[in-house]
Design a protein around this ligand. Structure first.
Ligand SMILES: Cc1cc2nc3c(=O)[nH]c(=O)nc-3n(C[C@H](O)[C@H](O)[C@H](O)COP(=O)(O)OP(=O)(O)OC[C@H]3O[C@@H](n4cnc5c(N)ncnc54)[C@H](O)[C@@H]3O)c2cc1C
Length: 461
């Protein structure tokens, strides 16, 4: 075994096989670098494979809106608090990344309008759908280009030479430890730390430990820790630990039926947020509710519409309570979760009046999601509830990178031979989030990291 892995020295070593790592590997191999892609889990794909698959892009055949328009939307979605230079890099490389993905076999079949979007920037993949489609096509592309993928191989430590350049990676595989040498550079694409309770405790606000992760099993923060061990700078970590969506922890599924018109209520049967807002904000509001319950309430018409949305199936289906009348729904929720049935009945009646009047004085909801989709009253039986809690699909903060995706150290200098992209990095999303831009940034920045890592030969001393 030791001899086998010894032979896996390569020009470029990429650590982590989600979309950031796969795209980095494809582009590095395209530039004639020999590439080894390490994956700690038996199966590649990470959170990317489990994701909804929406990719925020501009200047494409499906959404021709300009880079300046997307840049302005990103800035607003990030609450004007981010490493804005990275948003520029994102928008500058968006159109080209779309074409490159098409070239690699990814077909996009439509676009979606989420909150903070002036245009429907989020592109939906066809094929098997969701992030699984992106992983499938990128894996094929990587293999066609000779990328060697080593599953069940976990990187443990970055190896430096005397000049402080990253020259290799210590890995564990089947219980043995080895060092792989990278002749040009190493790319860290290990994803986030949503499944690392110690890091969540270290960086999260009060209540963060209650967030249920829906992410890949390898989201343990390994890249962040390996980077920190060699003095890499981190950014937006404390602001980044956030719940991002209403989830059913038993089904490991997330429901966004509110974006088709459902309302969210708490245990008292009361609304507590503007349901059209970005799911990150809804979930922080949910975390403050009794027992952190956030209950989706909807009727047959809304459910029908939601079930036609591919995303509903990609995100998995949550357990539902169904009843012929609102009174029966309230009684069932009271019996199962102690929900105030009278409160729920009053809330739905009030909400229905608001929709008819075209004004929601409580939360100022005007649309189903952001500024898209007309609201409708909850009138058509049967009525449904999904009892959910705040969960997460990603965290924001991570390693600091420059526009070339080179990792920066605590003194602000480049760490030679080390690149990073995807959820292991921080700064691009800053203090906010725009839907579709986690996959978007993992793809766009992963691509840049891979190309620059392969090009590192020109810079090796
Ligand atoms: C349910 C769900 C829905 C989502 N929907 C969307 C969406 O529609 N649009 C969007 O933009 N974002 C979405 N996201 C977020 C998005 O999927 C992630 O932020 C993105 O996929 C991260 O990509 P990545 O390549 O950086 O990390 P990952 O895809 O997580 O890949 C990292 C890989 O590195 C591996 N790894 C970790 N440590 C090591 C190690 N030490 N050695 C070797 N390998 C290691 C992991 O096992 C993993 O396979 C969603 C996430 C989830 C969970």
């Amino acid at each position: 075994m030791a001899a086998d892995i010894e032979q896996e020295n390569a020009d470029v070593i990429v650590i982590g096989a989600g979309v950031a790592g796969l795209f980095a590997a494809v582009e590095a191999a395209e530039m004639d670098a020999s590439v080894v892609l390490l994956e700690s889990q038996p199966e590649i794909g990470g959170s990317s494979r489990l994701s909804g698959g929406y990719v925020t892009l501009c200047e494409t055949e499906l959404e021709p809106g300009s880079r300046d328009e997307l840049l302005a939307d990103l800035d607003e979605a990030h609450h004007h608090d981010s490493h804005f230079e990275l948003s520029r890099v994102y928008t500058e490389n968006s159109a080209d990344t779309y074409l490159r993905l098409k070239d690699l076999g990814v077909e996009f079949i439509g676009t979606m309008h989420f909150s903070h979007m002036s245009k429907p920037w989020a592109h939906e993949p066809g094929g098997i759908g969701g992030g699984a489609e992106l992983v499938l096509k990128l894996e094929k592309a990587a293999k066609r280009r000779g990328v060697k993928i080593l599953a069940s191989t976990r990187a443990r430590r970055l190896v430096l030479n005397e000049q402080g350049r990253v020259t290799g990676v210590e890995v564990s595989q089947d219980g043995s430890i080895n060092v792989l040498r990278a002749r040009r550079a190493v790319v860290l694409t290990t994803g986030g730390f949503t499944r690392n309770p110690e890091l969540i405790k270290e960086h999260g606000k009060a209540g963060a430990e209650k967030i249920t992760p829906l992410t890949g099993p390898g989201s343990l923060g390994d890249g962040l820790l390996m980077g920190r061990d060699i003095n890499a700078a981190t950014t937006y970590l404390d602001i980044g630990v956030a719940p991002t969506g209403p989830v059913d922890p038993v089904m490991n599924a997330m429901s966004l039926v509110n974006y088709k018109g459902a309302i969210l209520v708490n245990k008292n049967g009361q609304r507590f947020c503007r349901e059209s807002d970005v799911y990150l904000d809804l979930s922080w509001a949910g975390l403050k509710q009794p027992e952190t319950l956030m209950i989706q309430i909807y009727d047959a018409a809304i459910r029908r519409d939601y079930m036609q949305w591919k995303l509903a199936h990609v995100l998995g289906l949550c357990r539902e309570t169904k009843a012929g009348t609102l009174e029966e729904l309230g009684a069932a929720l009271h019996a199962s979760h102690g929900v105030d049935a009278q409160g729920l009945r009053r809330t739905v009646a009030t909400y229905n009046r608001y929709v008819e009047a075209g004004r929601d004085p409580d939360f100022d909801r005007t649309h189903c999601v952001g500024t898209a989709g007309d609201l409708r009253p909850l009138l058509e039986p049967p009525f449904y509830a999904a009892v959910l809690v705040p969960g997460t699909t990603h965290f924001n903060g991570g390693l600091r990178v420059n526009r070339n995706m080179q990792v920066i150290n605590a003194q602000g200098d480049i760490i030679l031979g080390l690149y990073a992209a995807g959820e292991v990095t921080g700064g691009f999303h800053g203090a906010g989030y725009m839907s579709g831009s986690f996959l978007g940034s993992s793809l766009i920045f992963g691509r840049i990291a891979g190309k620059n890592a392969a090009d590192e030969i020109a810079r090796v001393v």
